[in-house]
Design a protein around this ligand. Sequence first.
Ligand code: NAI
Length: 253
Amino acid sequence: MRTDLSGRLALVTGASSGLGRHFAATLAAAGVHVLLAARRLDRLETDVAALAATGARAGAVELDVTDAASVTRAFDRIETAWGVPDIVVNNAGVAVSRPALGQDEAAWDQVVDTNLKGAWLVATEAARRLVAAKRGGSVVNVASILGERVGKAVAPYCASKAGLLHLTKALALEWAEHGIRVNALAPGYIATDLNRDFLASEAGQRLMARVPQRRFGRPEDLDGPLLLLVSDAGAYMTGSVIAVDGGHLVSSL
Ligand code: NAI
């Protein structure tokens, strides 16, 4: 298995909590130099120090994925200090849970700008620099099973994640000639700040009963698929979507 990741530089967006924090730790443990990005630098300090204490190489970057100027500024800083990341994990994401008729324009913009435009801005900024440096890389877009099927009260979220899956394929097609692979992870439900209250509720427990494996996911369930996509073990994978959902997408109709 070609899983050696030493010498690689990764950027993980939305790394101050939940899955992003976990992805950063997983990559760091695999020998990757990891840059944790979030809107507020102070939220990253403890995590970067904790990673460094384990001997890992880690840094913090201020980045608002919805703001093109912030993305360019962050990449300028990263390139000067550490080089161009050849692993990008587009993890930053938000959900607004409300019936469709209660979702206003601001909610739509917040969700679609973060989950879809944000991934586009970060991926293109990274790819532009990798192409200029004549280097390949791997982009992993963190989508969702709600990009393939739908759930109630999260219509903009579903639309943004479906868009992200299609963006993944469109970018994979264009960037294959540059050696840049673009793939998506589509997690099922995993308890984080995004959904913890809902998953613990009665409705959440009813949802769990419909997952064929009868449990929600754990962040570590994503480790294998993530490492596959970012390493040469996945060298022939691009434009792929990996569902990690305990079978939720194939639950019985
Ligand atoms: P979370 O709320 O803990 O993490 C989301 C992170 O994105 C936060 O750190 C937040 O500060 C950051 N973020 C939001 N807007 C940002 C912006 N404009 N710029 C930079 N960072 C920003 O939630 P979680 O669950 O860890 O979500 C991570 C990703 O996984 C999201 O894309 C989410 O849609 C996706 N996902 C989560 C699932 C779950 O069950 N937890 C299931 C499927 C997908």
